[in-house]
Design a protein around this ligand. Structure first.
Ligand code: SF4
Length: 455
């Protein structure tokens, strides 16, 4: 009986995440802090008492998206307490505080202490006008020096495990160092502890996540550990079937890392390596720490050791000063390169970045056209990669991703496959042979053998 009374009085909290894997891992960890303190985590539409919205500064129109989510939240629970956290909250706390309905804005140094900072979630009113006012807790970004560990547990298939935060690089288009602060990491011992906890909850795949993941190892401003040692230790954790590195800068993806992944049973044959431009002129204007030649060498080394490796590429089009010829350099470079797909970003201006002061701005129409060309090229590359894998045997980790009677999942080398839906396949790893590329672009597998229990 007591329990029922307690359940009725529990405050309900809902979360909404904009942006990257890192934000997802952090929202998930913050939600577990709420649950541990007796709050009930509910769906966005389930009339919550509190909404926590985790924002992103990289997403285009971050402000508009944030406003729309707040508006929706208010439609569902007009009296709810609305808290905004995340990169955009760190960069533009005052603007966000002015969005009607927002009760609190918390920056990078405060977001993990949310419950304590907002003690009781009491709304604040102006003493004279009696109008509702938002509380703002956003310290200078240099105060964000602590590393808060985080991992997502949404379903049991895959988790994003945060191992690193912040960035000491100064790419001229990027606001992330301003929003997240300097590079800092968890310790290897702590990451292993989290990985064991994740393994015991039944999750099959870990995605190692960070802002500049390969820069892992800085604690209190000093480099004390190395990424290669982290992955060697993680490889020994029982119970995790697959580990994927979300993304790694080409200058940090050493031969040693590639060689280790080539022999590991857990680290999958898949790398995602930001390139940003195939033109050395543009790379220098972006202040990237490599030239295309180094990138080519990395791709060659991977393919030499791991023939079936999937390689994803981040690329930005329309950076200021990128002439049509520079763009064609990127296009031709990528066309020739043995990579499997791209994530194409259309350059857009971000306040307080050096790129906004550069000349020769590329007109928006041109940016869009370049983006379209690269997206088409990416589709071709992906299809070519998928076709090159047909007839090979892999394992697929099936997800709770069902459409038109088909269930989907990924091979270790990131080929998206589909098979006839069977509820028992969800979160299961199955050996398959890749058969053919279907009309919707996923790969069909040959029949999956049923395993029957014998007594
Ligand atoms: S490496 Fe460059 S693009 Fe990536 S987070 Fe750091 S500054 Fe931004």
């Amino acid at each position: 009986m007591t329990n029922i009374v307690e359940d009725i009085t529990k405050q309900k909290v809902a979360f909404y995440t904009l942006g990257c894997k890192l934000n997802f891992s952090e929202t998930s960890s913050i939600s577990r802090i709420f649950e541990a303190r007796g709050y009930e985590k509910v769906e966005f539409t389930d009339t919550p008492d509190i909404f926590v919205i985790n924002t992103c500064s990289v997403t285009d129109n971050a402000d508009k998206k944030c406003k729309r989510v707040v508006k929706e939240a208010l439609k569902i629970s007009p009296e709810a307490y609305i808290v905004i956290i995340g990169c955009y909250a760190q960069l533009k706390p005052k603007e966000i505080a002015e969005i009607p309905g927002v009760d609190a804005v918390l920056g990078a140094a405060e977001k993990f202490k949310l419950i304590d900072v907002l003690d009781g979630f009491e709304k604040k009113y102006h003493p004279e006008t009696n109008q509702k006012e938002a509380k703002v807790f956003a310290s200078e970004i240099k105060e964000a020096t602590a590393f808060n560990n985080a991992f997502s547990i949404n379903d049991r298939t895959r988790t994003f495990l945060k191992v690193q935060d912040g960035c000491d690089y100064s790419c001229t288009f990027c606001t992330i160092p301003l929003a997240r602060g300097n590079s800092r990491s968890d310790s290897i011992a702590n990451v292993i502890k989290s990985a064991k906890e994740i393994a015991s909850s039944g999750v099959k795949e870990i995605v190692l996540t960070g802002v500049n993941t390969g820069d892992f190892g800085i604690q209190d401003g000093k480099r004390v550990e190395k990424f290669i040692d982290l992955i060697k230790e993680l490889d020994l954790v029982d119970g995790i079937e697959r580990i994927r590195i979300s993304s790694i800068e080409p200058n940090l993806l050493s031969d040693e890392i590639i060689e280790f992944c080539a022999t590991s049973n857990k680290f999958v044959p898949h790398f995602h390596i930001p390139l940003q431009s195939g033109s050395d002129k543009v790379l220098s204007m972006m202040r990237r720490r490599y030239k295309s030649d180094l990138y080519t060498k990395r791709v060659q080394k991977i393919k030499e050791l791991i023939t079936n490796c999937c390689i994803g590429v981040d690329v930005i089009v329309g950076f200021p000063g990128e002439s049509h010829e520079d763009f064609l350099d990127t296009y031709n470079y990528l066309n020739e390169l043995d990579v499997s797909y791209f994530h194409v970003f259309t350059y857009s201006e971000r306040d307080n970045t050096l790129a906004t002061e550069m000349e020769n701005i590329v007109p928006q129409k041109e940016r869009n056209e370049r983006s379209k060309m690269l997206r088409i090229l990416s589709e071709k590359k992906k299809r070519h990669f998928y076709e090159s894998q047909l007839g090979n045997d892999f394992t697929v980790l099936f997800e709770d991703d069902i459409e038109d009677g088909m269930i989907h999942g990924f091979t270790e080398n990131y080929v998206r496959v589909c098979a006839k839906y069977d509820p028992l396949l969800i979160n299961e790893t199955k050996a398959v042979t890749l058969d053919k590329v279907s009309e919707n672009g996923t790969v069909e597998v040959k029949e999956i053998e049923q395993t029957y229990e014998t007594h």
